[in-house]
Design a protein around this ligand. Structure first.
Ligand SMILES: [Cu+2]
Length: 153
């Protein structure tokens, strides 16, 4: 049955098509068919993704990017991870980075699992300094380490 009260309550929200057939008299629901075809291949030229997998590694383990590029770390499996820079090994003048936005490695370690990246979540960092950036995953540090190599210009 058509519940008028529910329909009214919903009508502030995006109700396209969902209640079609209820009242019938309002303007045609099937109107806006001007969706541009989604093109997966174009755009995002400097997007870099590192997958964090249930195999407990960073994929790829070493990634080369340019200054100004952003790297997205995505947890693709069921196990949560962290992206935590080795503070001592950062290039001179480079900003510290860690999932959870901690400003030091010790803070990140102390706070874990705060800052963890769970299934389908992403941590992103933009590299503004050239050099090599070794990092690790706090709960899987024994084997789960990676490096981002940032090239200038
Ligand atoms: Cu991990």
């Amino acid at each position: 049955m058509c519940n008028r009260r529910t329909v009214l309550r919903l009508s502030g929200v995006a109700l396209t098509g969902g209640v079609a057939g209820c009242g019938g008299s309002s303007s045609d629901a099937t109107e806006g068919g001007t969706e541009t075809p989604t093109e997966m291949e174009t755009g995002t030229p400097s997007a870099h993704t590192v997958e964090m997998t249930d195999s407990l590694n960073f994929e790829p383990e070493t990634l080369t990017v340019s200054v100004g590029d952003t790297v997205d770390w995505v947890t693709t499996g069921a196990v949560a991870h962290s992206v935590t820079a080795y503070e001592e090994d950062l290039p001179d003048g480079a900003a510290y980075f860690a999932s959870g936005e901690f400003d030091s490695e010790s803070a990140a370690r102390k706070s874990y699992p705060q800052g963890s990246v769970s299934t389908d979540e992403t941590y992103s960092h933009t590299f503004e300094t050239a050099g090599e950036f070794p990092y690790f995953c706090i709960p899987h540090e024994s084997g789960m380490v990676g490096t981002v190599v940032v090239e200038s210009g």
